[in-house]
Ligand binder design. Structure first.
Ligand code: ADP
Length: 377
């Protein structure tokens, strides 16, 4: 296994710049997830790593070797695609053995490696079957098995679970995480699904329009997003954003006025702000306290009406319209009796709030891990 270092990496097609100045350090044994909306450059970056796309600028190292010009077959990389691309007329065993056979490995070595990989993937009882005799999830495991047997320095996964249904995707995700631990392998995984990214990655790299927005652990991205894009991309339902004006800015907190005239205190470092500046207040649905008795002195309090209720069983998603005309989503208690048109008060604790400047940059939150919530336990 190997580390991977991307230094000032860029990619253009003619005059169109697709990836800009990508700097990234992937540690030996790390599982890094590249996530971002469709078209942000994830697949292009993955294809540059494995050598299927030329590198326009910068340097790519695998271990200590610069591999910019190295052909794919010499990079020691295995890639697993969304389409499993299994040979339909070959058994599972032969599909997994094929790459090794081409490389001239001897028969007993091949058999040993295929058996070992099949065991890790729990498909050792399926080795004689043809791909058409397998479920989608089993086929995906064969595709992964084919990568494992080659003992690559680096695994690349390009949206490998997107052909599976939701339940199987969740299950396979857990298996991939287990596999990563067992193989102690360096893996780079591409997805557009932020939930998949959050549950799988040691480190998540959020891309947008060909640029790295932030790289960090799932919790860092959720609690301390570096900008508005990351804050809105990570978390479901999406964070609510409310226009506000700065009344008082201090290193230990910022006092704000919202559009409906109500006041808010956000526990963020306000050193960079000016009084009167226009900002956006971020409030996650799961941190909204709807009609809560637990009231803090400095809580934001918004008067709103319930416009729509989505029942999820353990909780509700309440779509609200504030008296100021702003739409807001709050996660509420699934057992609470709520009706359309009900008037409610949505509160938010100062430590739960996020604050963004007009250029989209986020102010540093002071107590990101210290959240009080009345609705979700
Ligand atoms: P993602 O995987 O994040 O959906 P891609 O890496 O496939 O995004 O594409 C990134 C951008 O590069 C897109 O805007 C896409 O249109 C563009 N692109 C990809 N391949 C080519 C190509 N061969 N020529 C021109 N533009 C391309």
């Amino acid at each position: 296994m190997a580390s991977v270092t991307l230094t000032h990496l860029s990619k253009s097609y003619g005059n169109t710049s697709v990836l800009k100045n990508i700097n990234l350090e992937i540690q030996h044994g790390e599982l890094v997830v590249l996530v971002g909306p469709s078209g942000c450059g994830k697949s292009t970056l993955l294809r540059m790593l494995c050598g299927l796309e030329d590198i326009t600028g910068g340097e790519l190292r695998i271990g200590s070797d610069v591999v910019n010009k190295l052909p794919p077959a010499e990079r020691g990389i295995a890639m697993v695609f969304q389409s499993y691309a299994l040979y339909p007329h070959m058994s599972v065993f032969k599909n997994m053995a094929f790459g090794l056979k081409i490389h001239g490995s001897n028969k007993s070595d091949i058999a040993e490696r295929v058996q070992a990989a099949a065991k890790v993937l729990h498909i050792d009882h399926l080795l004689e079957r043809l791909p058409r005799e397998l479920s989608g999830g089993q086929r995906q495991r064969v595709a992964i098995g084919r990568a494992i047997v080659r003992k690559p320095r680096l695994f690349l996964f390009d949206e490998p679970l997107s052909n599976l249904d939701a339940a199987l995707r969740a299950k396979t995700r857990i298996e991939l995480a287990r596999l990563h631990r067992e193989l102690a392998a360096t893996m780079v995984y591409v997805t557009h699904d932020q939930v998949e990214a959050m549950t799988l990655g040691d480190k998540i790299v959020v891309l947008n329009e060909g640029e790295v927005q932030q790289a960090g652990t799932p919790l860092e991205l959720y609690q301390q997003p570096s900008n508005r894009f990351v804050a809105t991309f990570i978390g479901s339902p999406t964070i609510n954003l409310l226009p506000a004006r700065v009344l008082e800015a201090r290193p230990d907190g910022v006092r704000l006025q919202l559009e409906d005239g109500s006041r808010a205190l956000a526990l963020v470092d306000g050193t960079a702000l000016c009084v009167g500046e226009s900002v956006e207040l971020g409030l996650r649905p799961e941190h909204c306290l709807v009609d809560s008795q637990r009231m803090g002195q400095d809580d934001t309090a918004l008067h709103a009406q319930i416009a729509l209720v989505e029942h999820l069983g353990d909780s509700n998603l309440l779509h609200l319209k504030t008296d100021g005309g702003q739409e807001l989503v709050a996660r509420g208690d699934g057992n609470a009796a709520v009706r359309l048109g009900d008037a409610v008060i949505v509160r938010a604790a100062p430590e739960s709030l996020y604050l963004f400047r007009s250029d989209g940059s986020a102010l540093r939150r002071l107590m990101p891990g210290n959240m009080r919530s009345a609705n979700v336990h």
